[in-house]
Design a protein around this ligand. Structure first.
Ligand code: C2E
Ligand code: MG
Ligand code: MG
Ligand code: MG
Length: 286
């Protein structure tokens, strides 16, 4: 009896140990299925030139239309996707969606000459061997489309392996893609690292934007980031603009491009197309 009890005890111990692993496995197989069943899609958050009011681009943000749980946001499934590596396939899938959407917007003459679409990439993706080959294939198919795509990588992902990262970004840029540092300012990157990274765009993290009002520290920080961007010949994009006061503060310190709930929430592709149709070339949205 003692032997059997011991075995059961061992089994219980194992079960509790692997609970988390089971959870991970079931969620990750759900995600694999989601890719096969095409349950993933993107919303687009428009980006505006806040000095002129024109739509200058949009960021694609992934969502999961789950068969039983309904619409899931990135915070509900990207962590598991990162842990299991499925993020690499998700990013491929999203990239393909965005490429085709941009092609369509261009064919229908809905966007201006300098309109750009941004896609988020996981750091894992940056170091996957397949990335460059994949990007090359799209570039060869339609360089006029890929020339208007921006790849966003977080500061944290870039800084972990700086040398390899610089090399990857150089290769990506040779194909005509632009590269943005996402969530800029909250990571660990030094100005020395920033100087070495061959990026085009800094996306100022929304934590700074949310603190923008006259005389605040965040005002000074945002102004400094804009100055750094100008000195390094980079574009700056303000993320997470939620109020009129924040918008005015950004305008007065000379920020051009911004996105945020106050300007527009992320919206469906169809709603975005409607927005673009209503703002025919040259007209002002804001
Ligand atoms: P992110 O790239 O920094 O995207 C901005 C996030 O802020 C989005 O959240 C957006 O909906 C939200 N946001 C926009 N304006 C405002 C605002 O005014 N206030 C506030 N509080 N939030 C605002 P979302 O869609 O939940 O995405 C979260 C993160 O998930 C993204 O942060 C990005 O890191 C990641 N992500 C999204 N799509 C993809 C993807 O296709 N691939 C990868 N690898 N990551 C993705
Ligand atoms: Mg982003
Ligand atoms: Mg961001
Ligand atoms: Mg973010």
């Amino acid at each position: 009896h003692a032997k059997r009890g011991g075995r059961d005890g061992f089994r219980i111990y194992l079960d509790s140990m692997t609970n988390e692993a089971h959870e991970l496995m079931s969620k990750s197989s759900g995600l694999k299925q989601a890719l096969i069943n095409q349950e993933l899609f993107v919303d687009y958050q428009p980006q505006f030139d806040i000095q002129t009011g024109l739509i200058v681009g949009a960021e694609a943000l992934v969502r999961w239309q789950h068969p039983t749980k309904g619409r899931l946001m990135p915070s509900e499934f990207l962590e598991i996707a990162e842990q299991t590596g499925i993020i690499v396939d998700i990013d491929d899938y999203v990239f393909d969606l965005v490429f085709h959407d941009l092609k369509l917007l261009m064919q229908q003459d809905l966007v201006s000459q300098d309109f750009k679409l941004s896609v988020n990439l996981s750091g894992r993706k940056l170091f996957s061997k397949a990335l460059l080959e994949n990007l090359k294939t799209y570039h060869e198919r339609a360089p006029e489309v890929t020339n208007r795509m921006i790849l966003e990588l977080t500061e944290r992902d870039m800084i972990t392996k700086l040398d390899r990262c610089i090399e990857s970004i150089e290769n990506i840029k040779r194909l005509g893609f632009r590269v943005a540092i996402d969530d800029f300012g909250i990571g660990y990157s030094s100005l020395g690292a920033l100087k070495q990274l061959p990026v085009d765009i800094l996306k100022i993290d929304q934590s700074f934007i949310s603190g923008l009002d006259e005389g605040s520290v965040d005002n000074v920080i945002t102004d400094s980031i804009l100055n750094i961007a100008r000195s390094l010949d980079l574009c700056a994009v303000a993320e997470g603009v939620e109020t009129e006061a924040q918008l005015q503060a950004l305008r007065s310190i000379g920020c051009h491009v911004a996105q945020g709930y106050y300007l527009s929430h992320p919206i469906t592709k169809d709603a975005f197309i409607t927005m673009l149709s209503n703002t025919a070339a040259g007209s002002i949205w804001l």
